[in-house]
Design a protein around this ligand. Structure first.
Ligand SMILES: C[S@@+](CC[C@H](N)C(=O)[O-])C[C@H]1O[C@@H](n2cnc3c(N)ncnc32)[C@H](O)[C@@H]1O
Length: 253
């Protein structure tokens, strides 16, 4: 079923998914935290690190910059940022203490320090104009996108950049059919392989529904422009299944 028009999308997404977002997802991520990275490696047929490198290649960094990874999960992005530029000051925010604990251990094992906040990203606990770089990967389908992108705009310094990566709605009906069928199979297989708990198993349908209701790459670019971002650029990989967006906060006049 095609999603509602762009002007109504956020409203419909919130009405349909708000209960899952606010009452179920945290239990899901507490359950999957210990095997999250391994499950994604399996589900992506071993391409998980390639996907990460592909997103990282879109990110420009300068020594000493302050970066924030929103919905940081197990700190994949924070660690990749520090591997590239160890002089960065990296912050992470996520609502799941369990995902961040795995991330803290991963970063610590490599000798990296990532400043972690456990909290809801719809209200970022940071001052205005604070970060040079903000990243957000594989989480927007679970968020009120306009509210969170607006918060990211607020905490970015003028001239700072927001980098976004997520699974998107490919737009081509045949690709979408195959994509959703593959994801359905994967969720069943990884749920069995990693002995997922009831909360994660119950959300299998939600994960596909949320993707079907999400944005295409062009639609997401439009959302970013409407929120005031400039120099918005999008790149898709895998026939539009994954999208990378880059957007800047305009310099103050
Ligand atoms: C699929 S994981 C992605 C993690 C990481 N960004 C990555 O690329 O592997 C989604 C993450 O978003 C977090 N999340 C979902 N809704 C959130 C919210 N409202 N506030 C903060 N974190 C949230 C979850 O706890 C989870 O760690």
């Amino acid at each position: 079923m095609p999603p509602p028009p762009l002007s109504m999308r956020e409203h419909v997404r919130e009405q349909r998914f708000n209960t899952v977002w606010t009452q179920q997802l945290n239990t899901v991520f507490a359950d999957v935290a210990p095997y999250y990275d391994r499950a994604n490696t399996v589900a992506s047929l071993g391409l998980w690190n390639w996907f990460l490198e592909s997103f990282m290649s879109t990110i420009d960094l300068r020594p000493g910059q302050r970066a924030l990874d929103v919905c940081a999960g197990t700190n994949a992005i924070g660690i990749a940022l520090l591997k590239r530029e160890p002089s960065l000051e990296v912050h992470a925010i996520d609502r799941s203490a369990e995902m961040q604990e795995v991330g803290r251990q991963r970063a610590g094992a490599l000798g990296f320090r990532i400043h972690s906040v456990i909290g809801d990203v719809h209200a970022l606990p940071f001052p205005d104009n604070h970060f040079d770089v903000v990243t957000l990967q594989y989480a927007s389908r679970h968020l009120r996108v306009k509210d969170v992108f607006g918060e990211i705009f607020r905490v970015l310094k003028p001239g700072g950049h927001f980098y976004h990566c997520d699974m998107l709605r490919p737009g081509n009906p045949l690709v979408e059919k195959l994509y959703y069928a593959y994801l359905r199979m994967c969720l069943g297989f990884t749920g069995f392989m990693f002995a997922s708990g009831a909360a994660a198993l119950n959300c299998k349908k939600y994960f596909i529904d949320a993707l079907e209701m999400f944005y295409s790459a062009d639609e997401l670019s439009q959302v970013l422009r409407e929120l005031g971002y400039c120099d918005v650029a999008a790149k898709t990989v895998f026939a539009g299944m994954i999208g990378h967006h880059r957007a800047a906060k305009p310099l103050a006049r």
